[in-house]
Design a binder for this molecule. Structure first.
Ligand SMILES: C[S@@+](CC[C@H](N)C(=O)[O-])C[C@H]1O[C@@H](n2cnc3c(N)ncnc32)[C@H](O)[C@@H]1O
Length: 311
């Protein structure tokens, strides 16, 4: 197997040591990587090829977390994310200023100049994605939901929050109907940014269909999340594996690592059309420690067809 060769480098001053305290170090790395502006990146349609050592590591790490513990993690998913926000408050994720650069639909899908676009940020956390959007384009209306009550509270307490331009509400995308709060077929663009990876694969379809109902025909879902063979996937210690490409962190939050094919199937089965579906390759370099780690994300756009299907 050939090792993957990177051509673009992104340099951070933060530590990327190989210590295995996942809760503190792995998450702080993700904080710096998945949430930065990512100016240097390369886009591909091929999954990253592992080195021989990486392939052996994944091959040897086949043991699964017990069914009992898996059921408990699923039952406590909301609680674990809420505790995450209790510990980290609004200080964990950085504002995502790259969204309008990567997703021109956030501006370009207006049918006429001055049209007020309705956006849904599903799994909004504390608003690191939509507040920068609102600052850039105050002529938006944003529905923002998350299943963590603390996250929603942080959103509503943000000085940029105003009922004229936002409506934040608590919602479990796998249990609660978005149509209880949002009029059917009223949303122009929905964003799912590092959210679906936190949902059990058996329930992702429910979340994606839930969003489908509130999207206008022709409306978009803009998606970015962890890709297969991302560095974070390779760093999980044995005993963290929940299933294929699915892992649990020490704090009980979970993470799935997507392939383009998996996403395509997930969204097309829910009735969407594929617009774009690719891998984003970046590299994090720690000059001081001479380490260079591969970050892989999936970035995709799916559209609800104009001639609607009902689910
Ligand atoms: C990694 S954070 C990303 C937050 C935000 N999208 C951002 O870009 O900063 C994942 C978020 O998904 C939320 N989440 C996970 N499962 C969810 C579910 N079933 N329904 C609603 N939100 C969920 C978590 O509470 C958390 O805020």
């Amino acid at each position: 197997m050939h090792p993957f060769i990177y051509s673009n480098f992104l340099i951070f001053n933060t530590s990327v040591s190989m210590d295995t305290n996942i809760e503190d170090k792995d998450l702080s790395r993700i904080k710096n990587d998945c949430c930065s502006e990512a100016p240097f990146q390369k886009k591909e349609h091929q999954v990253r090829i592992l080195t021989t050592e990486e392939a052996a590591k994944l091959q040897n790490d086949r043991e699964l977390v017990s069914e009992f513990k898996q059921l408990k993690l699923e039952r406590e998913a909301q609680k674990n994310w809420d505790l995450f926000y209790k510990r980290n408050t609004t200080n964990f994720f950085k504002d995502r200023h790259w969204t309008t650069r990567e997703f021109e639909e956030l501006k370009a899908c207006r049918e006429f100049e001055g049209q007020r676009l309705t956006i849904l940020e599903a799994g909004c956390g504390v608003g690191n994605c939509f507040f920068p959007l609102l600052e850039e384009d105050p002529h938006l209306f944003v529905y923002a939901c998350d299943f963590s009550p603390r996250a929603v509270e942080f959103v509503t307490k943000n000085p940029l929050y105003s009922e004229k331009s936002c409506r934040a509400f608590q919602c479990d995308l796998t249990k609660d109907e978005l149509t209880d709060t949002i009029t059917e077929e009223s949303v122009d663009v929905a964003t799912l940014i590092f959210v679906l990876s936190a949902i059990h694969p058996d329930k992702m379809q429910i979340a994606v269909k839930n969003i489908y109902k509130v999207l206008k025909p022709g409306g978009y879902v803009l998606f970015r999340d962890y890709g297969l063979h991302d560095y974070a996937m390779l760093r999980f210690k044995s005993g963290s594996r929940l299933g294929d490409n699915f892992y649990v962190r020490q704090d009980g939050t979970r993470s799935y690592f997507f392939t383009n094919e998996y996403l395509l199937q997930l969204f097309t089965e829910a009735g969407y059309e594929e617009v774009l579906n690719e891998y984003v390759f970046r590299e994090t370099v720690n000059k001081k420690e001479g380490l260079c780690v591969p970050r892989i994300f999936v970035q995709s756009k799916f559209r609800k067809p104009q001639n609607r299907n009902t689910f």
